[in-house]
Write a protein that binds this ligand. Structure first.
Ligand code: ASP
Length: 290
């Protein structure tokens, strides 16, 4: 039996094409929600469930993140990830990480084992190595791009994974992990590792975004949703919709998942689809791509 309090929402990226079959992703996401629900009902903390869920999304190779990430314009795999704990506002992130299996685990290590929030590039890699995080043995065979370059048109040049959770104590957490946008320039950093842009959690709301990161940074989507609620008195649904409308006004495409401390869920997108799954108030599970 699902507790009425816990909630869990995840996304598998906004890059969904109408003519493509996402049944594997839909089934996979459904299973992850079931597993996360059981963990939350057993008393697990939101942060632990967010990391466990994103780790599974990363290693599945089914999404443009972790193993399924696509290379940048120079052929290298530079991955971004971040996470945040709502009550404590502790946050951690890596940007342009190369050579490690789980960017979200590296982000957690930054949060827990340094006094910093974001580590980037070579420094992030050196830190991950010193921490003994699992390294990729052979980049050529490890990565199985979920959307190989050239397969899709411009509308599909994105993909990311993310998760937000509300635990039995009312604690919120959020996380996001990505390979970034297709053909990005070496060194490009998107919204994903930037708290307040592609990811945010505080006492009121947890947010994970997907889409054209530049526009999500320029709209400060994660923080904007929180501040619309806190200072503007908006509901979660209004805040999420209006923040995404600002991305749209900049001609940006994408979507987001958001979860409030009172258990409301919002999953707006202005892209053609957004792979997503959720555990709702009555314990019901949904999993969709469009
Ligand atoms: N937001 C990600 C980025 O810009 C990409 C995505 O969500 O598809 O790096």
């Amino acid at each position: 039996m699902a507790s009425s309090r816990v909630r869990l929402v995840l996304h598998g990226g906004a890059g969904a094409l109408p003519d493509r079959d996402y049944s594997r992703q839909i089934e996979h996401m459904h299973g992850l929600i079931e597993a996360g629900r059981d963990r939350l009902n057993a008393g697990a903390e939101a942060m632990d469930v967010v990391v466990e869920t994103i780790t599974q999304l990363e290693i599945s190779g089914l999404y443009v993140a972790g193993r399924g990430a696509s290379p940048n314009a120079a052929g290298a795999y530079e991955l971004d990830a971040s996470l945040m704990d709502g009550r404590s506002r502790r946050a951690g992130a890596v940007a342009g990480l190369q050579g490690f299996v789980s960017p979200i685990v590296a982000a957690r290590a930054v949060m827990e084992r340094t006094r910093h929030v974001i580590l980037a590039g070579e420094g992030a890699g050196r830190f991950a190595a010193v921490q003994g995080l699992e390294a990729i043995a052979d980049t050529q065979t490890w990565f199985t791009p979920a959307a190989p370059r050239g397969e899709f048109g411009p509308a599909a040049r994105m993909g990311t994974v993310g998760c937000v959770a509300l635990d039995q104590t009312g604690g919120l957490a959020a996380g996001t992990s990505t390979g970034g946008t297709f053909d990005k320039l070496p060194g490009r950093v998107g919204d994903t590792p930037v708290p307040g842009a592609g990811m945010w959690a505080d006492e009121t709301v947890a947010v994970s975004c997907t889409g054209e990161g530049e526009m999500f940074i320029r709209s400060a989507v994660g923080a904007q949703i929180a501040f619309r609620m806190r200072f503007g008195g908006q509901s979660l649904g209004e805040a999420a919709r209006e923040a995404l409308a600002e991305v749209g006004a900049l001609a940006g495409e994408g979507g987001l998942i958001a979860l409030s401390a009172t258990g409301d869920i919002a999953m707006p997108f202005n892209s053609r689809g957004m792979k997503r799954a959720w555990l709702g108030p009555n314990g019901e599970i949904g999993s969709e791509a469009f």
